[in-house]
Ligand binder design. Structure first.
Ligand SMILES: *Cc1c(COP(=O)(O)O)cnc(C)c1O
Length: 360
């Protein structure tokens, strides 16, 4: 079966086998060697300066890392502007609400780019409205709802201009899309093992500026990023980690580096995504967004008239492919295809052939 959903991904044999390594007690040096290697390799993925940043591992899915980042790093007197254009942006606002973090939502059209001018005005004028200044702007890098890649560089510029810090959900982009850790406004990025890095579900992480941890509010108990960072820095762990998922993450990071790092993965995904787009276009299935607004990780396509999503999904599943439905109010209109994981050009050829058979 080839998984074309946005994680968990189809594993390489190498990563699958890595989980058969010896059983480990998480309080023995062997586990801490594994933890150290994962943290070191996560920083190396984007040549991130270990003097300024640290990678903090959390046993959870990607949402746990996002929740951990937001609930820990926004100071007690902080205020967050959440710029949303999809389900995952909405989720950040829901996390803020749950922790009673002062937050304002800028809910944009799910089919449109973020309105940079409006975000800039909001960051600039908040004090004049009598409200507190926004300390943070929270955004999703790759909004998996539609496949849109939000413009982090422009959002970072706005933050620097208005003295806010950027919190990024890069769960579905880390390892395959550009991230600039040299941007002074960037406070933290949350991501997971089982998307573009090709590990398994169970371990997620945040890349955090050490300075941002100094003002941590640490609202959560299990998800306290500051406590996890301190423990991991002294080769310790507060709780029982998903040991086998750590084995898989380390093996996946070795494979990622050997295959040429994030840029090579970006090129590989881009070629596969273009192959899907061009092939579906020939079958009369249009892409939702133009390639220049899309990630290379996942793209959305319009369900052809007189075809039900279930027909397409079930027919492809019988032929060995799992595709992904649209979310929320887009479920009737769209389906999604991700090219993450151990997927080849030959797999995509077979997928397109299968689509052709089903539409005939
Ligand atoms: C997958 C994803 C998440 C996290 O989802 P989990 O099911 O918790 O792993 C968060 N944000 C984005 C943008 C995602 O694509």
């Amino acid at each position: 079966m080839r998984l074309l959903n946005p994680g968990p991904v189809t594993l390489s044999e190498r990563v699958r086998r890595s989980m058969l390594a010896p059983d480990l007690c998480h309080r023995e040096s062997e586990f801490f060697d594994l933890q150290d290697e994962a943290r070191r390799r996560l920083l190396a993925t984007y040549a991130i300066d270990p003097a300024e940043w640290c990678a903090v591992l959390i046993t959870s899915s990607g949402t746990g890392a996002v929740e951990s980042m937001v609930s820990t790093l926004v100071p007690t007197d902080g205020r967050v502007l959440v710029a949303e254009n999809g389900v995952y942006g909405e989720r950040i606002a829901q996390i803020c609400a749950r922790y009673r973090i002062s937050c304002e939502r800028m809910a944009g059209d799910w089919l449109a780019a973020l309105d940079l001018a409006a975000i800039s005005r909001r960051l600039e004028h908040a004090p004049a409205d009598g409200g507190a200044r926004f300390t943070h702007l929270a955004v999703v890098h790759h909004e998996t709802t539609t496949g849109r890649l939000n413009d982090l560089r422009a959002l970072g510029d706005l933050c620097r201009q208005h003295g806010a810090k950027l919190l990024v959900d890069a769960v579905s982009s880390f390892g395959a899309e550009p991230l600039e850790f040299g941007d002074d406004s960037l406070a933290a990025v949350a991501a997971t093992a089982n998307k573009c890095l090709h590990g398994v579900p169970g371990v997620a992480f945040a890349i955090v500026r050490r300075r941002a941890l100094e003002r941590a509010a640490s609202r959560a108990y299990y998800l306290d990023l500051a406590r996890c960072a301190a423990a991991q820095d002294r080769r310790d762990t507060p709780f029982t980690p998903a040991v086998q998922a750590h084995y898989a993450l380390v093996e996946a990071l070795r494979e990622h580096a050997e295959q040429g790092g994030w840029m090579a993965r970006h090129r590989r995904y881009a070629a596969l995504a273009e192959q899907v787009r061009a092939g579906l276009d020939r079958l009369g299935i249009a892409a939702l967004l133009p390639p220049e607004e899309s990630s290379v990780v996942l793209r959305s396509y319009c369900i052809p008239a007189n075809t039900a999503y279930a027909t397409l999904h079930d027919g492809l599943k019988a032929r060995g492919f799992v595709i992904y439905a649209g979310q929320g109010n887009l479920a009737q209109r769209l389906f999604r295809i991700s090219t993450m994981g151990d997927v080849s050009a030959a797999d995509i050829d077979r997928l397109l052939e299968s689509c052709g058979e089903l539409l005939r």
